[in-house]
Design a binder for this molecule. Structure first.
Ligand code: NAD
Length: 538
């Protein structure tokens, strides 16, 4: 495995203008790339990271492909036994992982452990236990009259080199959701973590250290230029990130005629129906909106509350929100760029008449954005239309569930929606009318952590699928192998093309339904007469 972080820079890097040498003894850690040097949590220094020059990507790709050739020849069971120890490594390093995420992203320790460590242990179990069965080929039955002596098999072949490009908000969980099944399916992986969380990316790669053939999983560090270089080399790209970057990646993949999987942004809604259980609904919505300080593609960014329950529910949400302390219960925002977007959405909503019920923007320069609840009576503001990716919870009171469904489906995004109600049967019916990739009834968002459940979206949320056998379909390609056991000198449809063959073709069309009963019977007689002639070369 090629781990680039914390290595001494190559000669080329050392000579390159604008790059600094890594020096562990210096007080100010040197950076040679776009990596943050300080923790968003408390400004403390983060360890130095060395960027991978984009010019090195083709060689990393070549090595990965060479390693993949031998790796793909192992059985699925052999590959599973190589990767299974990752589970124990993850669990044994739970505190280290949570601490790193606390400092590099600003997540509460509890969230880091619960969202980024424990579900990944289940993920390793799920894929290593099921991969053999999931990769099993299937046999195709071919009609013995039309295709005598023929047998078809569909194999699931690895795609080859997977280019994996990931964001900063769940920098351990998101990469693992692809790395584990991609490797188990027999692929190599070029993995680029976000430049905002390169240390978490290096930690992910280190979980595989010493287990895999050299070069099979290559960690590359850097920003968009490095990501673009990966797209130029891969056989398939698995991308999670913003809509704007996803579009660029998709265009380049189209130019190269390679498939790509895109998991993009969200504007998730919670629909609260008249009969929702108030306590659970309020607790669930507050968690769904503010976990990771809302820096979650599936964060609740819109709540549509039925008017008849609003009087009970809204004060409860406000009460629970006011109890949360930014930095302790909710993450601090990971980047100042994100904080600016959240500020702008809040300011524009307030300017358009939104009422702030809890929280509000922090003082300039602080990333500790308080969980904030606002009430609006219109949707004509970025807070209700664009992805906020921050701790803002807008509530809109609606007259009935039909109104709510129309509003949810009007969004350009379509990741997840939650329905809150005691009438579970009715909720299942409503779920089918929602255009989002995931619907949860009386819960929100957490199913991204369930390895067996497909995580996917529609519209600007992208068309990628992570988790479940559906994700495996993106990491493999179907290969059809036909075996012919026929010993005949030629097939019916081979040369020569003769009047007898023409007669057979049209008789077949009539016999198979192209004529009425008498026509079909006549066609069968024609075939009985013509087929032996054809066998004799006619
Ligand atoms: P981003 O688009 O800025 O960056 C994502 C990755 O793309 C980074 O690694 C970045 O370096 C790389 N990149 C940038 N330019 C590139 C290029 N031209 N070619 C190839 N790679 C390039 O996104 P972000 O700010 O890191 O992440 C936040 C976004 O991710 C949000 O919109 C969020 O909703 C989304 N997200 C979606 C899911 C999901 O499952 N749908 C999960 C998590 C995050």
């Amino acid at each position: 495995m090629d781990v680039q972080q914390d290595e001494q820079p190559s000669e080329a890097q050392a000579a390159a203008p604008g790059t600094n040498e890594t020096n562990e003894t210096s007080a100010e850690p040197a950076q040679d790339g776009p990596f943050p040097a300080q923790s968003p949590l408390d400004g403390s220094a983060l360890s130095p990271v060395t960027a991978t020059p984009p010019s090195e990507i083709p060689e990393l790709a070549r090595k990965a492909r060479a390693a993949q050739e031998a790796w793909s020849k192992k059985t699925a069971r052999e590959r599973a036994s190589v990767i299974a120890p990752v589970k124990q490594r993850l669990l044994a390093r739970a505190e280290e992982i949570a601490d790193l995420l606390h400092h590099e992203c600003g997540k509460p320790i509890e969230e880091a452990a619960l969202a980024e460590v424990l579900p990944n242990a289940d993920l390793v179990d799920y894929w290593t236990d099921s991969i053999e069965e999931l990769l099993e080929g299937t046999t195709i039955e071919l009609d013995p009259l039309a295709y005598p002596g023929k047998l078809g098999r569909i194999h699931k072949a690895p795609r080859g080199l997977v280019g994996l490009i990931t964001p900063w908000n769940y920098p351990v969980a998101i990469p693992l959701r692809t790395i584990v099944p991609a490797l188990l399916a027999g692929n190599a992986v070029l993995f680029k973590p976000s430049e905002v969380t390169p240390r978490a990316g290096a930690l992910v790669a280190s979980l595989f250290e010493g287990l895999l053939p050299d070069g099979l999983l290559a960690l590359v560090q850097g920003g968009g230029d490095v990501g673009a270089a990966i797209v130029d080399e891969a056989d398939v790209v698995v991308f999670t990130g913003s809509v704007a970057t996803g579009r660029r990646v998709a265009v380049r993949c189209a130019e190269r005629l390679i498939p790509c999987s895109l998991e993009l942004g969200g504007k998730d809604a919670a629909i609260v129906m008249a009969d929702a259980p108030v306590e659970r609904t309020a607790n669930g919505i507050v968690w769904g909106a503010f976990t990771n300080a809302g820096q979650n593609c599936a964060s609740i960014e819109r709540v549509y509350v039925d008017r008849s329950i609003a009087e009970k529910l809204v004060p409860k949400i406000v009460e629970l929100t006011k109890k949360l302390e930014p930095g302790r219960d909710t993450a601090v925002l990971t980047t100042s760029r994100q904080c600016d977007i959240v500020r702008r959405h809040l300011a524009e909503a307030v300017a358009s008449g939104a009422e702030v019920l809890a929280g509000g923007a922090p003082e300039e320069g602080s990333l500790a954005f308080a969980p904030t609840v606002v009430k609006l009576d219109h949707e004509d503001t970025p807070l209700l239309r664009e992805e906020t990716f921050g701790p803002l919870l807008p509530i809109v009171i609606v007259d009935g569930v039909e109104d709510a469904i129309t509003r949810v489906n009007a969004s350009t995004f379509g990741l997840t929606t939650s329905l809150w109600t005691r009438r579970v049967g009715a909720a299942h019916e409503l779920a089918r009318r929602l255009k989002t990739g995931v619907v949860t009834i009386n819960n929100h968002g957490f199913t991204a952590a369930v390895a067996a459940a497909p995580w996917t979206g529609t519209g600007e949320s992208g068309y990628g699928i992570t988790n479940s056998p559906h994700a495996l379909a993106e990491l493999t390609r179907p290969q059809f192998v036909l075996e012919d056991r026929s010993r005949a000198a030629r097939e019916l449809w081979w040369y020569p093309y003769t009047p007898v063959l023409r007669k057979i073709a049209f008789a077949m069309a009539r016999a198979r339904g192209g004529a009425g009963l008498f026509g079909r019977i006549a066609a069968v007689f024609e075939l009985v007469a013509a087929l032996p002639k054809r066998l004799l070369g006619g």
